[in-house]
Each structure stands twice: as C-alpha cells, then as structure tokens.
Design a protein around this ligand. Sequence first.
Ligand code: WTA
Length: 692
Amino acid sequence: SSQVDLTSVLSVDTRYKTETHAAASAGEQVVEETQVLFEANEEFRKNALVSSTEKYEEMYKQSVEDPDTFWSEIASQFHWEKKWDVTDGKVHTENFDVRKGPIKVEWFKGGKTNICYNALDRHVEAGRANDVAMFWEGNEPGYDSSVTFGNLLDLVSQVSNYLRSVGVKKGDAVVIYMPMLVELPVAMLACARIGAIHSVVFAGFSADSLAQRISDCKPKVVLTANGVMRGTKFINLKTIVDDALKQAKQEGYTVETSVVFANEVATKKEETAWVEGRDIWWQDVIPSQSTKSEVEWVDAEDPLFLLYTSGSTGKPKGVLHSTGGYMVYTATTFKHAFDYRPGEVYWCTADCGWITGHSYLTYGPLLNGATVVNFEGVPTYPDAGRCWEIVDKYNVNIFYTAPTAIRALMREGDKPVKKHLRKSLRVLGSVGEPINPAAWKWYYEVVGDSRCPISDTWWQTETGGFMITPMPGGWPLKPGSATFPFFGVQPAIVDENGKELHGECSGYLCVKASWPSTFRTLFGDHPRYETTYFAPFKGFYFSGDGCHRDKDGYYWLTGRVDDVINVSGHRIGSAEVESALVHHPLCAEAAVVGYDHEVKGQGIYAFVTLVEGVEYSDKLRKDLIAKVRSQIGPFAAPDIIHWAPGLPKTRSGKIMRRILRKIAASQIDELGDVSTLADPGVVEQLIELRDK
Ligand code: WTA
C-alpha cells in the first residue's frame, strides 16, 4: 500500500457518491461509505510530526523494506542496560507461517531493559521529577489529585519493594483487580519494575471470571481495593475477590496474599469483609516501604503482561506481550497517531482493565513523558457535560475515547458540550469498534469545533498497539475509515481461500509480517495461538475482522467475522454467554448473536430453549440475565432474550447463526436458504415468538 496515490482525493469536502459494500465473506456486514474528506488546517499540518503523505510514504516504505534498521533507530532512543543482539543486520526473527514450523516472533532479543525505568526513571533523571505525570479525577467532582514523575516513581518503588518482600520474583504473575485509582497504573509499573508479569482483570468482571483467570495464571499476590463508586453505583470489589479466591481454592489454587487498597471515598474499612492471614491493607504495608527500588533488567523477550480476552470459543485467552518490542511500539504509535508534542496533556477514557488502558493510558504516554488524565468515573455522571468539564479543568490537548461513549453523549445533544470551552483540544481519538459516520461527524463538528483531526485507531489486544490509524496532519480523513497502516504494518485483505486481494476489495483482514508488539503466545497454550490466529490463512496473522479497502487505499473495518460480539467496545464471545446461560438449571440450550444497537454498537441477543415443560416468564428472563451477570460481568448481560422452542440446526446439529442473526435484525425476508435445516419449521416458530 505504499503505492497509494492520494493526489486524487486531496481536495477537501469532495462528496463522492455513497457506496455500499459487503465485506466478501463477512457476508452480512455492510459498510456505508460516506466519502467526505476532512483535512487538518495548514497551521496544524505545518507543525505535524508527519506532515504530508509523501513523508509518510517514505517512512512507511523504509519501515517495511528494512524493518530492522527502522525499528533499531527508534529503539535506540530508549535506555538499554545492554544492547540487543544483531545477527546479519537483523534485530528480529519471525515465522508467521504454520507450514514452516512453530509460529515465533522475537524483537531486540538479547537486549536488557526495563519498561518502568524507561517510563519513569528516565524522565526523572532528565530533570522532569516535578512535572505532572498524572492527573487523577475521581468519580465525584471535587475529588482529585495529581502526581509528578517523581511521586510516581516513589509510589511504584514502594509497591515493587513490597511485592519483593512477599516473595514475588521475576517471571511470577500478579493479578490486579482494581478501580481506576492512581494505584492501578502504579501496580502495573511496579510489577514491570521487578520483572513480574501483571495480569489486570477489569474490575467489572464477576467473581467467576476472576476465579477462572486466577486459576489459569496462578498469581502469588492479588492487588485489589475494597470498593468503588461508578456514577451513583457502589461496587463491592472485596466481596467479589473473596468469592473468586474461594472458587480458585476449590479448583486447587490458593492465593497467599491479597492486598486491599482502602478506598475510603467509596466505603468504610470496618465494613469490609476480611480473611485474617491472607488479606492485608495496602495502606498498612506500602507507605512504609523504601522509595528506592532497584530495577530488574529483563530481556527484551521476557514477558511483560498477560491480558485475557474473549475468543469465539469457550475459555478466555491469555494474550501475552513481551517487553522490548511492546515498549518501542506503543511509545512510537502514541507519538505519531496523536501527533503528540512534549508538554501536552492527554486523556484516555479507557480502563486499565483493557488493552487500551495498558498501551495508551499507561505505557505509551508515560514512555513519551506525557501528562495523562486518569478518570475514575463515567462520562455521564453527574451529567453529560462531565468530560468537557474535565477537558477544561486540565486543559486536555488530546482526547481518546470509544464510539459508544460518543454516541451516548450525542444523544444528550450539543448543549452539555457547548457549555464548556474545549479550547485546549487539538486531536481527538476513537477506538474499540468501527465509528459510524454520524457519530464521527458529531465528534468532529461539535466536540472538536471542526478544528481537531480524529484518529480512528484500529488495533487489538493481540496487536498491543495501533495497526491502522491516521497520523493527524498527514492525510485527509474519511469519517468511519481508520485510513492507513502504521509504520511497519503490512495488512493483507484475503478471500475465504486465503488468497490476498489487491486494490479495491473486501475480505478478511490479515497481517503479513510481525510488528514489534506482536503478541508472542497465548499463556500456556501455544497450539491455540497457532490454530486461532495463524492456521485459518496460512502465512498470515488473522485478525478476526472484516475489512474493505476503497479505491483510494483507505481501510474500512467492518466488524468481527467470528463469533465475537463487540458490545460498547468490549469483546464478548457468544460461546461464553451461551455457557453462562446453560448454567441456569431451566435452560436447555442457548444461541447468542449480536445485533445493531444504537448506543452500544452491538447488543447481545440470546435465543433460549427451556427445559421440557418449563413455562416462559419475565421472572425467568430476569434470572437468566442475572446468571450471565454473575458468570461473566454486568457488561455482558443479554439485551434481549428470545424464547426458542427449537433452534435452527443443520442435519449434523450445527446451529445456523446466519439465520439467527437475520431474525435478531428483524430481516425476516432475508433469511436465505433454509432448506438445509433439519427442521425448517423452527424458523416459523421463532418468528412467531419474536415479541413474546
Ligand atoms: C474492534 C481494542 C473498527 C475490532 C483496542 C477488533 C475496531 C476488536 C477499532 C479488538 C476501530 C477496535 N475500528 N473496529 N478503530 N478498534 N476494533 O482486543 O473488531 O478489545 O478486532 O482491542 O475491536 O478489541 P480489543
């Protein structure tokens, strides 16, 4: 795609005819292209890091033709206690082809570094100890704090010393189940400092989900808090952790130490359930630690963290990232995709429980020495103007959020936005799902006053960092398109036979070669890593997403093509929801699909077959939803339960989701061929029961 010719699209506001494309075998996913171009103004482009398509194309060309030189030069800007090995001019090795042996990726091997050192000590040593590293804004307006790079280093050092004192060593796992306090990124950095592998579990997952993750990665220590307020809701994290630890114990794994941050704004210490000998207050053990902590120099290929994510089948996958490549890549993508300039204030609304909070709230920005805003609350509390109030309060220059948040705020109208000045905003970002052109335009025109470019960043937990993204100022934007690949990223759109398509096309989105933050494996299950991501299309990494490339070379993501549902930017496996539903004693079978949802992007639509003789009822519906909330977490609760006396199955017993998706979308006249069903009559029954 370095041959992309943009000259034909450089005129701003040219309205192309609206085209509709169906991603080749994504079949049902349709993309509406609103071919309106938005270009950053002259002034912006003059100062941009990548100020023209020519500049981008030149750098991109070098990055794919000689990735070793390209990335070595960038990596040299970090501190390496010992430089990486170079073999025949190469700093990386990879095999992306299952036919040629095991899949393997390595970058900067032999190099010794530490990501915490590079994110904190390096800046402190450069005289920036007193610069603000993080503004913390509490759920409740008026509750806030700020920490400098010096403060952050002290805090991280104390936590790392404590972890060492309870026996956590290099390579050990630590589970973090915490709300968005300063202490959450601190805990992550503390693990990194001593070479321990952090595994953050979003503090909205249920006890069952947490237990499953604990049993899988067997942490020495769990770090948590007793509770948190999100909006007006109190969440008792401690009882969830207690429950999870009990379950893990029953499954055979005992956690020795659970450190509990007393979050007194949310709940009282004396009201917190306690297990003597295992539980310990954070405030009783951390502040007394020394603020000096030696750095553990680790190999570039030593693991940094594990993050569980949903796949199309049952058990969550422990995506494992290593240190060196991840460090270099997240820092570089942050800088370029947001055109970050030293001294700027950056706010990412994601929670550290997801990859976005890892790469672009913690590591990427701090590695650049940026000042980040860490917000504990929700965008609509106490009112829909909260985000813009925060933007003005901290003079936020770069604001990064998800389409679901934009749509939720858009529903409240322009007034809550316009009440605040937002003069500091310069760049806006979007992540998590395709952003629909209407939301894009509102974000651009109302939030950004038609002044700020929008970086629609496509990437995944697995990729660690941005893969397809605008570089603001570099080229004109089309609302809804993530535009072009980042340096070093070689996307390929393939058909169902794995044949790469060229030019304007639609199909499955793959990547042809490794990039520095490629995930290295699935924790404890390398075969699953290979079969899920590398076996479907030989020679490529398969993303699981459908994609269209238009005649100008712009990439348009069209959503998942597997059984993963993207709800408010959160990946949920349909199999996980189904398995939670069938845990209910009265549920015989369940089939779950996604459907278009105005605010969440996709909602969860569950077809449920009850045990013979059981009557449908609203109570049962509620119980089933409660089952999913308790097995996975409230964010995975089905929006719709559709009673199903039978499910459409092939003669070999396979559920035909294609048909269920059509029924969920109310596209009854587009059901297609139902003749291969074992019992075509079930479709009629389902249609009849739609509003029951
Ligand atoms: C989707 C989140 C379109 C996509 C960083 C991907 C997007 C999944 C975008 C990964 C985007 C994320 N445009 N789709 N800008 N960003 N996605 O692992 O389906 O939580 O495969 O990582 O989100 O979700 P994950």
